[in-house]
Design a protein around this ligand. Structure first.
Ligand code: KIV
Ligand code: NA
Length: 270
């Protein structure tokens, strides 16, 4: 069995090997992702993808801990990184430390991720100096959907591109081991990748990022409420599941299931 990857291993990939990441929220999916990925992200997207919430704003520490624990039972090699949910770190660095330490202690994850640029750099430095590896996240930051005014492409135009670049640099300087770049023009993904010394992990930020991440249910075709341009569907598991459930329902209605092979004889008591 290969040794567990940690934040330092992910950071060391810069300039060498692409960093392959997917989300996971459950033990069985974590087992699959763990076989092929370097980093498994327990994203707060879990709120929308598994719990039917309208945004990530309603996700709680308790949800992240439960899903983090489930993923930790399935992933033995990938660097498990757990998202800090909305409201758990923004008030100040002490609040952030308390909640990040709780995520690490209760899930056994290797790192946490939080959203925000320059205004979070002080918090990132505080956590990293105290033993908590932090992944940054700039560009489209879904926890700020209400101030951003939607899930739009970020960093378009010189002024905004400079702003996002300064955000990514501030996080790298603060000690983040990697930075997620979400929904940025391809050229900006390339520029930030050249300017910071730690891996950029793109989601809708072009092919030049040091790594890529997707929401696993999106790329499997299991979560189909939205289909962002940046998602490539590698399977249509939603359609497969729909057909399977329809066939089961028809079998039960026609009394074709269960068959003799699924049924128990009276037999002899043991
Ligand atoms: O919550 C999430 O899944 C994420 C990634 C898609 C970057 O933050
Ligand atoms: Na997230």
């Amino acid at each position: 069995r290969k040794p567990r990857l940690g934040a330092a291993d992910i950071r060391a990939r810069k300039g060498h090997e692409p960093v392959v990441c997917l989300t996971a929220y459950t033990t069985p999916v974590a087992k699959l992702v763990d076989r092929h990925c370097d980093l498994v992200l327990v994203g707060d997207s879990v709120g929308m993808v598994l719990h039917g919430l309208p945004s990530t704003l309603g996700v709680t520490m308790e949800m992240m801990i439960l899903h983090g624990q489930a993923v930790a039972r399935g992933a033995s090699q990938a660097c498990i990184t757990v998202d800090m949910p909305f409201g758990s770190y923004e008030r100040g660095r002490e609040q952030a430390f308390e909640n990040a330490a709780r995520l690490m202690a209760e899930t056994g994850c290797q790192a946490v991720k939080l959203e925000g640029g320059r205004h979070m750099a002080d918090t990132v430095a505080f956590l990293v100096q105290r033993g908590i590896p932090v992944m940054g996240h700039v560009g489209l930051t879904p926890q700020s959907v209400n101030t951003l005014g939607g899930y739009k492409v970020q960093g378009r135009g010189h002024h905004e591109a400079d702003r996002v670049t300064r955000d990514a640099i501030a996080l790298a300087d603060a000690g983040a081991f990697a930075v997620v770049l979400e929904k940025l023009p391809e050229t900006l993904g390339q520029r930030i990748t050249q300017e910071i010394a730690v891996p950029t992990i793109g989601i809708g930020a072009g092919v030049d990022c040091d790594g890529q991440v997707l929401v696993v249910d999106d790329m499997l075709g299991l979560f189909t409420d939205f289909h962002p341009k940046f998602v490539k569907r590698y399977a249509e598991l939603g359609e497969t599941a729909d057909a399977a459930i329809a066939a089961y329902a028809a079998d039960v209605r026609a009394r074709r299931f269960p068959g003799p092979e699924h049924s128990f004889g009276a037999g002899t008591p043991a």
